[in-house]
Design a binder for this molecule. Structure first.
Ligand code: FNR
Length: 181
């Protein structure tokens, strides 16, 4: 199964990017995960949405060809970071590549609530008409106090978190099997 992972932080040592790397490597036998970064995505502009910059064309093509999208969101000021909202605006317009495409969400933050608010908002956004993406519910991965859960090399070392993500990935795969039947 092909999954596009959209990382909502362009920071070099982003915990959310490290979380994406963890998923990519640990579940490589079941999930072909391509990590998409937002570094090259320009600001959304309605004037250019019909002939968008090449980086947007390429990004949309990758999302379109995936069976599902994994969103990895940080939390900025109690909500979804601007870079993530920006790409969502591109994805929601013209060819609307997210329509009907399944999503699941994870997030890591320094706060103990681990992106609860950002994920609540992101789920709502994904249900909006321009995306209309069914989101895996009841499997919410909040990696709070992220600085205590990853080591200096960027590996996820918290055993409880690893075990929990194992169960979420199993549920995600079962959900996808059902949807694709
Ligand atoms: C933050 N951070 C943060 N953390 C949190 O738990 N709740 C919040 O509302 C915020 N707000 C916030 C705003 C801004 C502008 C910044 C820069 C940071 C801290 C945040 O969790 C931390 O920077 C993470 O490391 C961001 O994720 P990445 O970049 O590591 O993936």
């Amino acid at each position: 199964m092909k999954v596009a992972a959209i990382v909502g932080s362009i920071r070099k040592n982003s915990y959310n990017k490290q979380l994406a790397e963890f998923v990519k490597h640990r579940y490589a036998e079941r999930i072909d995960l391509e990590i998409l970064t937002l570094n090259d995505i320009p600001m959304y502009n309605q004037d250019t949405e019909n002939e968008p910059p090449q980086a947007v064309i390429d990004f949309k093509a990758k999302v379109k060809s995936a069976d599902a999208v994994l969103w990895l969101t940080p939390e900025y000021n109690g909500t979804v970071p601007g870079v993530l909202v920006n790409v969502i605006d591109w994805l929601s317009r013209v060819d609307k590549v997210m329509i009907g495409k399944p999503s699941f969400i994870m997030g890591a933050s320094l706060g103990i609530l681990g992106t609860v608010k950002a994920q609540m908002h992101l789920r709502d956004i994904l249900f909006a008409g321009g995306l209309a993406s069914p989101v895996l519910i009841g499997n919410e991965v909040y990696v709070g106090a992220a600085h205590t859960k990853f080591d200096a090399e960027g590996s996820l070392i918290d055993e409880n978190t690893v075990k929990f993500i194992d169960s979420v990935i199993a549920n995600f795969i079962a959900w996808m099997d059902k949807l694709q039947r």
